[in-house]
Design a protein. Structure first.
Length: 134
């Protein structure tokens, strides 16, 4: 095969491959499902064990209400110098310095305490302290 024919064949194959790529992308984009606009009068209800969320659509905008009750916490666990410290609900008053090392806790629990882990009752606090103290 002549060199010029090989060059033509190369460019023809490259053009064909480019066309196929464009066709595949076009077909995949066409198969996507476009989100449908919300219609007025539709009520969306999401149920969870302790949460009921209702949304009503009016003029294309959704409004929502929740029946969840938020129980206030009494204590807050935080990390201070590598140890777990118990704060009062205000997050400022130290209730108790513990001997619980952060590194002795699971990664998930370390992250929770790093963000400030709420404790909802005195019984929950003492359960936590008892189960994590050495």
């Amino acid at each position: 095969m002549k060199r010029t024919n090989r060059i033509y064949l190369f460019f023809a194959m490259a053009a064909l491959m480019g066309f196929l790529v464009v066709a595949v992308v076009y077909v995949s984009l066409q198969n996507r499902v476009a989100p449908q606009p919300l219609q007025p009068g539709i009520e969306i209800v999401v149920n969870d064990e302790d949460l009921v969320l209702k949304a009503d659509v009016e003029d294309g905008f959704a409004s929502a209400e929740s029946t969840a009750t938020v129980e206030p916490y009494q204590y807050l666990l935080r990390e201070e110098e590598g140890y777990v410290v118990v704060y009062a609900a205000d997050g400022k008053t130290v209730f108790e310095h513990t001997a619980i090392l952060m590194r002795s806790l699971s990664e998930d629990l370390q992250e929770e305490i790093g963000r400030g882990k709420p404790i909802y009752s005195e019984a929950d606090l003492y359960d936590f302290l008892e189960s994590h103290s050495s």
